[in-house]
Design a protein around this ligand. Structure first.
Ligand SMILES: CC(C)(COP(=O)(O)OP(=O)(O)OC[C@H]1O[C@@H](n2cnc3c(N)ncnc32)[C@H](O)[C@@H]1OP(=O)(O)O)[C@@H](O)C(=O)NCCC(=O)NCCS
Length: 195
């Protein structure tokens, strides 16, 4: 199966919200995110990508179906918890573009789509005057009980695409893991790339 990749902004994104919400809930249910999400809340959360100036959603489509997406928006439009580490490090939040999430259906992985997602997101950020792209990923302990046998972290992939881990930038996010009664705080690792 081969997918096409296109960049969407504004109202184009609004039309995609149900498909994006479904994709996020499905893909982030897996390790390492283990996210217990529901599509109604996801649709609300995702509206920011339709409404925020400078936001972008890159989508992969196959035979009319959305099979993957990569989102981004100016870091300045993200909540304080995500901006704070950059402010504390003396970095200029206004020059940084934040990559929200990249998700691809397992059926379409290994087809070099991720590089196209990242290139589109980086090109958009560059065109809008940003000099750095960042995203963050959850840190799970190596002996986490839900880690599937043979699980390979994406660190080498992110390095392959020119991103560097930033242990100096620390933040946490809260969500409810599958099978857990309430939300817990997760440490996140930021990665950055100079554009
Ligand atoms: C993240 C995700 C979208 C990536 O999609 P993918 O199909 O697995 O990635 P691709 O195969 O398109 O790209 C992987 C790239 O890394 C390279 N790569 C893979 N393993 C590598 C390694 N060990 N060292 C160096 N490069 C490596 C591949 O060659 C490829 O690069 P290329 O296109 O230049 O050849 C997908 O795995 C996913 O949805 N994961 C779950 C959600 C998630 O964790 N998202 C990221 C955080 S938000």
């Amino acid at each position: 199966m081969s997918a096409t990749v296109r960049t969407c902004v504004g109202d184009e994104v609004r039309a995609l919200l149900p498909a994006l919400a479904e994709l996020r809930v499905r893909i982030f249910a897996d390790y390492p995110y283990l996210y217990e999400g529901d599509e109604a809340s996801e649709r609300e959360y995702l509206k920011v990508y339709a409404e925020s100036e400078g936001a972008i959603v890159v989508v992969a489509e196959d035979d009319g179906a959305i099979v993957g997406a990569s989102t981004g928006l100016p870091l300045a439009h993200e909540p304080e918890t995500l901006r704070a580490p950059f402010v504390a490090a003396g970095l200029d939040v206004g020059s940084i573009f934040y990559g929200g999430e990249s998700v691809l259906s397992p059926s379409h992985r290994g087809q070099r789509i991720y590089g196209r997602f990242l290139a589109a997101r980086e090109g958009h950020a560059r065109d809008h005057g940003f000099s750095t792209l960042t995203f963050c990923a959850v840190q799970r302990p190596a002996d986490h009980p839900a880690r599937p046998p043979g699980y390979v972290p994406l660190d080498a992939v992110w390095q392959h695409f020119g991103y560097v881990p930033r242990p100096d930038l620390r933040a946490t996010m809260r969500w409810r893991d599958h099978g857990e009664p309430e939300e817990t705080e997760k440490p996140m690792t930021f990665w950055t790339k100079a554009l």
